[in-house]
Design a protein around this ligand. Structure first.
Ligand code: SAM
Length: 458
């Protein structure tokens, strides 16, 4: 198996002896953009000196700026079913929790989607518990179709990413045919003894089946896959190294690694107590995790959810985050019923702000909120996306596309304050584009959007 527990443990053990000088050498290597070895990554994870931490955050921030610019992609989750046959000790949807179980009907999905569209969302992550009877693949496919064909005035969901349990090559083929964006699956933990312990007596108990899910997804032709770890279950250093090794395995076998990596941290949920989890990750460690991942895999998107507080999100965006969720609800039917307080969420959410508030702050902080879905719709996925990213060519399309989607947002969903801030940023960024042909095309498209046209992209 490509995740070798002893190998990772031995790397971690050796790296504990790294002194300040060795750490400095690795930081230099990172600054120069030279590839990092497993040992280098393990060494970076050992940084505790404040100055060296700051240096690492700077390096990560610069890598992010040079590859992703100042764009931040915004999305929201959509929970369609909380039926679950698993018994994950950390999850509010575990089967032993006596909560009301439900799955959304087609009409209910459409209702949720309309609410999300009214918030301005264009990309969703579809989420469900695992239940082969109550939430089978046909139900998931039907739900995806319902999302794609629900439109609210200018609202439309243009990309549905899917986060459902590990499944078969056949089912992945069906998801691919349904037009999904990224297939997302968190390994939860790469530490197999912990994996066994937190997934007792259930389908999800099979570590190897879960670990090889992306191999099956890629075999089925899904070339954008998103990995992740639920930080708080096992030693975070072990998890980061394992994530990197998993990524390399996919690169070697399929020519492309993770499209995105998510960094969820364990939160309080129904039927679990955080004090039972000895590896909870504090904020300082969390920031380092994000920075190390950014440095180790510069071209992979990093996703941050509303599990994190407003303040932490604001800071850690600067160390390498490229996508955030906003206005999220993690209950089934949650967007409609949220106000009535009826919903059992899968876990607690810390950042409760609306997308409008989130966007205002992003702009104040000189980020460009983006609802772009162009790469996926132009077929720039998998290794095609990665080779464009590696050569820097992606900048020529991503920035204009981000600005066009922001223009749509401020026109359709913004208030006056956002309109003023947003328009100023859009034109400052557009006028700063070096290539005259792209700049002119963009300026023309921005006027077309102002004139009422939608969904223009390169
Ligand atoms: N059922 C699918 C599976 O097994 O992969 C999808 C999982 S669920 C809808 C999405 C993710 O929520 C899980 O993979 C897990 O990492 C995360 N999650 C579960 N409980 C959590 C908690 N208490 N705090 C934070 N995240 C949690």
């Amino acid at each position: 198996m490509f995740i070798n527990q002893e190998y990772i443990n031995s790397l971690l053990k050796e790296a504990k002896h790294a002194g300040k000088e060795e750490i400095q050498k690795v930081l230099e290597k990172a600054r120069k953009g030279k590839g990092l070895s497993h040992r280098d990554i393990a060494v970076l994870l050992e940084i505790s000196d404040e100055e060296q931490s700051r240096e690492m955050f700077n390096i990560a921030g610069n890598i992010k700026k040079s590859i992703y610019g100042n764009r931040i992609v915004v999305f929201a989750p959509l929970y369609i079913s909380n039926y679950c046959v698993n018994n994950c000790t950390y999850c509010g949807y575990k089967r032993t929790n006596k909560i009301a179980r439900r799955r959304l009907s087609r009409d209910e999905i459409r209702e949720e989607v309309r609410i999300l569209e009214k918030m301005g969302h264009k990309r969703l992550a579809l989420e469900a518990g695992e239940d082969p009877v109550n939430c089978d693949i046909d139900y998931v496919l039907d739900s995806i179709a319902a999302v794609y064909d629900t439109h609210e005035e200018n609202g439309v969901i243009r990309r549905v990413n899917v986060n459902i349990a590990a499944t078969t090559v056949d089912n992945y083929r069906k998801l691919k045919a349904a037009g999904i964006g990224t297939y997302i699956l968190f390994q939860e933990t790469y530490h197999s003894p912990t994996y066994d312990k937190v997934h007792p007596n259930s389908i999800k108990h099979d570590f190897e089946y879960h670990l090889t899910a992306f191999d099956r997804a890629m075999e089925a032709g899904i070339d954008d896959v998103g990995g992740g770890v639920l930080f708080g279950l096992a030693d975070p250093k072990f998890e980061v190294l394992a994530l990197m090794i998993h990524n390399e395995h996919l690169e070697e076998k399929f020519g492309v690694g993770f499209h995105t990596i998510s960094v969820p941290r364990l939160k309080k949920a129904e039927g679990m107590d955080l004090s039972e989890f000895p590896y909870l990750v504090d904020d300082e460690t969390f920031k380092k995790i994000v920075a190390v991942i950014r440095i180790a895999v510069p071209f992979t998107g990093i996703i941050l959810s509303t599990r994190e507080s407003h303040e932490l999100r604001r800071e850690v965006i600067n160390y390498g985050i490229s996508q955030i969720s906003a206005g999220s609800c993690t209950g089934v039917g949650g967007y409609r019923e949220h106000e009535e307080g009826k919903i059992v969420q899968q876990f607690d959410i810390a950042d409760q702000r609306s997308p409008l508030e989130v966007l205002k702050e992003l702009i104040d902080d000189k980020h460009i909120p983006s609802y772009c879905t162009a790469c996926y719709r132009m077929g720039r996925t998998g290794d095609r996306f990665m080779s464009l990213a590696r050569t820097g060519q992606i900048q020529n399309v991503c920035l204009p596309n981000a600005l066009m989607t922001l223009m749509e947002y401020i026109m359709d969903y913004g208030d006056e304050e956002l309109y003023i801030k947003g328009e100023k940023l859009i034109f400052a960024e557009a006028n700063g584009i070096q290539r005259e042909d792209i700049k002119n095309l963009l300026l023309n498209n921005l006027q077309r959007i102002k004139g009422g046209e939608r969904d223009l992209y390169l």
